[in-house]
Design a binder for this molecule. Sequence first.
Ligand code: FES
Length: 107
Amino acid sequence: MVKVTFVSADGTSVEVEGEEGRSLMECAIDNMIPEIEGQCGGGGACATCHCYPREEWSESLSPKGDFEEATLEGGLSEVKPNSRLACQIFLSAENNGLIIDLPESGY
Ligand code: FES
C-alpha cells in the first residue's frame, strides 16, 4: 500500500492508503476526499480531480501529458506550476508518502 496525505485549503490533512497501480483520483474517491470528484472517470477531460502535489514529489510522478495542461486550464481552480490531474498520477512505491494539496473550490 502507498501512503498519501491530502491537505485541504484550510490546512486540514487526512492520511490514507491506496493500492499500487491505482490512480490518485481513485484513491481519493475510495477515501471520500470531497475536493476530488473524478466526474469523467479518469479520462483526463473534466479537471474535477485537479490537485497540487508538493514540489518534493515531482520527480517520482509520471510527467504531465500535453492534454493535461489544457484540461487543467479549462477547470475552475487556479493553475499552478505543480497542478496535476489526479487521474493521471498512479500510486507506486516511488511515491509512497506523497503529499497532495487540494484546491479550495473542489476543482
Ligand atoms: S477525473 Fe476527469 S480529468 Fe481526472
